[in-house]
Every structure is written in C-alpha cells, then in structure tokens.
Design a protein around this ligand. Structure first.
Ligand code: AMP
Length: 312
C-alpha cells in the first residue's frame, strides 16, 4: 500500500515522533497509539517516540502515557490515531509539530493533517496499524501485538460487530501468534467491577423501548454518584441494551458535571451518525456520540431516533 510507504518515509525523516489519539480513550485509541509506538521503538531505537494524552484511570493497565514537553514538538512528526476530528484530539499541541499525519477508520468528516490515511473499511485503527506493519515489512513486538489485539477486540465488541471482516480475523489471528497472555488480556477486557454490574442493572431496569425498538436511558449526575461511577466508566455498559432482542437502536444520555449530556448512540442496522452530526457529534454509522444541551434536546434526539427506526 502506497500510503503506508509514504508514512514510513516521513517516520524515517524525523528524529522525534509524537503520537496522539482521541479524548476519553478506549482500547482502540490506546491500542493503535501504543501499538504504533512499540512498533517504531523496535525498528527505530535511536528516535524519540512518545505517546501523549490523559492517563485514563480505567485503562492504565493497558497503557500509560509519556511526559511530553512543549519543546519536544519542535521539528517533530506528529501522528494522530483513531480521531476523526481535530476537536476530539487529546492534547491540543498536536499542531505544534513540523508535519501532521492522520491515521483513522472513522468517516473523514474533518480532513486534517499534511497526510491522511483514512480507511472506513477497517474495524479499528489498531487493525490499520497492524496493516501498516505488514505493508512495510516491520515485524511487531509482542508488546505491540498485545496492544493492537486489545484495540481490535475493543472496537469489534469481541468480533461481534459487522465491521469484523475477513481481514480483521486474519490480522487478529496473526497477532494471536505473538507471545503474550491472550486469555489474561481477554479476561481483563471482559471483566467489570461490581459497581458497573449494578449500573448495568439500573440500565436494564430504566430502559425505555418504543414499539419499533428505539431505546433510551438517562444517567444523571445523581445516578452516577449513587453508583459511584465516572462518565468514562459508562463505556462498560454502552452495549448492554443491544443484547435485548426487541432493541434496534439506542441512546444513553450521560449527564456531565456542567449539566450538558454526552449521548452515546448505538444501532444494530440503521445508521445513526446523521443524528449525532445534527447534535454536535459524529462517528460511525452504527456507533456515534452526540452532545445535548437541554432536556428538550434530549427529547428531540430520542424523537429523531424513533423516527429513524420507524421509517427504516
Ligand atoms: P462513544 O460512545 O464515546 O464510545 O463513541 C462512539 C463513537 O462515536 C466514537 O468511536 C467516535 O467515533 C464517535 N463520537 C463520540 N462522540 C463524538 C463527538 N462528540 N464528535 C464526533 N464523534 C464522536
């Protein structure tokens, strides 16, 4: 793949490479970021390769970030993984380097970077990093393979979502050949705390489902506090409504500390990213995020979801 070789040429040309990813990271954001970091460290031991961003407490078992000084950006190559739009890039210094590369699998709504590799057919950004390694003949370390595997498992919902292609499974199988504790990784990714299990109970108890399968639940600050969970931890229950046979698409409205709502949207068949885009968000056709700034807007979003599934 020509684009991979173009990216490799840029990597070769810079001494410092700083790798970013999106805010509120998930395993794919961290997997692609750290998988790329370990890959490059293995093959370019003399370069300074850093991963930057907030250390998400629920995922520090998977990856920890480096300290990056402002001065590190001078003359650096910056690579942003798994992030569709600049507003969602974690650490706003991403534009302080000399050259910017975007590697992403979301729809290319915000075209940024001096060079962009966007592949919406890829299950995950981690799958793209594994492809990059394959295309450029750079073999992966076991560390890198573990991180990329975590990213693919995360973004495919353990190979359940339609984005799981023949290629995804082939790449995952190659990654699995590496020497790391696969069952420990999958067990960790499948483990939830007792409080999250209880929150899941709340979600099932309070889920509103219309006659066509449009569902919603609201998690207010009060609920989050009662269950002692953070906004980031709600990631663990986003898929829960989808396990119900009568649910076709759903929104989880998570009240933020400032009073606005982060709306996590998921769908089994009908694309919902149009609704996300109308409400200060975006994302994949079947997994998107929006922001709502009032209870009225919450109602409006739910109505739009109901209309979508009704007219599908
Ligand atoms: P989440 O519910 O946060 O896991 O988000 C699911 C997907 O929606 C992510 O992979 C992003 O592609 C996208 N997404 C979430 N929030 C936003 C946003 N505010 N703007 C654009 N895309 C978003």
């Amino acid at each position: 793949m020509e684009i991979c070789h173009q990216i490799l040429e840029k990597i070769k040309a810079y001494d410092t490479i700083i790798i970013h990813r999106h805010m509120k990271p998930d395993p794919d954001a961290l997997g692609s970021q750290m998988g790329l970091k370990y890959l490059l460290e293995k093959h370019f031991p003399d370069k300074h390769i850093k991963a930057v961003g907030f250390n998400e407490p629920t995922l520090t078992w998977l990856a920890k970030m480096d300290t990056v000084e402002d001065s590190d950006y001078q003359g650096a190559l910056v690579i942003v993984c798994d992030t569709a739009n600049t507003a969602r890039i974690d650490d706003k210094r991403y534009d302080k380097g000399d050259y910017l590369i975007k590697i992403d699998h979301h729809p290319n709504d915000d075209q940024y970077g001096d060079l962009a590799w966007v592949d919406t057919n890829s299950s995950s950004a981690s799958e793209m990093i594994a492809l990059f390694a394959e295309a450029t003949n750079l073999d992966l370390s076991d560390f890198a393979a573990r991180l990329l595997c975590a990213g693919i498992i995360g973004d495919t919902g353990r190979f359940l979502y339609p984005s799981t292609s023949v290629r995804t499974l082939r790449i995952a199988s190659r990654l699995r050949e590496h020497n790391f504790d696969f069952s420990e990784l999958t067990r960790k990714m499948d483990t939830i705390s007792f409080k999250i299990a209880k929150l899941q109970g709340y979600v099932y108890d309070h889920l509103e489902v219309d006659e066509n399968g449009a569902a919603r639940v609201t998690l207010t600050q009060e609920v989050l506090q009662a269950y002692n969970v953070t906004d980031a931890e709600t990631a663990a229950i986003v898929g829960a409504p989808g396990r119900i046979d009568s649910v076709s698409l759903w929104g989880i409205f998570v009240e933020q500390a400032d009073g606005h709502y982060r709306v996590r949207l998921r769908s089994k068949f009908v694309p919902i990213n149009g609704v996300a885009k109308e409400h200060d968000g975006g994302g994949h056709p079947l997994a998107s995020g929006a922001n709502s700034y009032s209870l009225e807007e919450n109602e409006q979003i739910y109505q739009e979801l109901k209309n979508l599934v009704k007219n599908s």
